[in-house]
Write a protein that binds this ligand. Sequence first.
Ligand SMILES: O=C[C@H](O)[C@H](O)[C@H](O)COP(=O)(O)O
Length: 236
Amino acid sequence: MTAGVDPVKLMKQEVGKAAADRVQSGTIVGLGTGSTTAYTIQFLGDRLKSGELKDIVGIPTSFQAEVLAKQYGIPLTTLDAVDHIDIAIDGADEVDPQKNLIKGGGAAHTREKIVDYLADQFIVVVDSSKIVDRLGSSFAVPVEVIPMAISPVMRAIEKLGGKPELRMGVKKAGPVITDQGNMVVDVKFDSIDDPANLEKSLNNIPGVLENGIFVGVTDLVLIGEVQDGKPVVKEM
Ligand SMILES: O=C[C@H](O)[C@H](O)[C@H](O)COP(=O)(O)O
């Protein structure tokens, strides 16, 4: 491995590129959020620039993805202008053996869920640290909440057995505010036995906009690993 280079960064780069390589000319592409898909967006821009890839349009899942797409020369569109998405590529915070996910570490899970669920093919890009036996093992479930409902939503979440914590900003005083102007509550559960049921129960609380549990939607997971000092990509 290249001396001094962070192995997690190398895995993210490799897997981000592997996903970008799967995008074909003439397609509508959902552009995910986070540090891994940032590489995918960069490599898509490289392929467009070299002429190897032509006529793609992106649908960003966040302000971050929009800014990166503009930076790397990827034309953008909106869900009002298209009737389908061919492929979406997005990161995840946890992936279980059934390819269910926890997402929202970057507070973008609401727009991500809209875009990723609409795609004909949904590819998840992660480094190997994100693979878990059971969702919730190490990551709390992000829940986007309309600000005036924060207190009742947190009480309702406690009744479901979760431990909610309002996500606070870094280099910003006060709570994290999402791209939609809402807040995020991170909810730790002792054990998530039935992700599909928990996803529905959380979304059923008045004031919850969306939570970060994604069930039964992932087609392919590309996993970046380091083997014999070199980054490799595995499929799940
Ligand atoms: O809200 C953010 C997203 O769900 C990200 O895709 C997720 O947090 C993974 O991000 P990263 O690739 O930076 O680990």
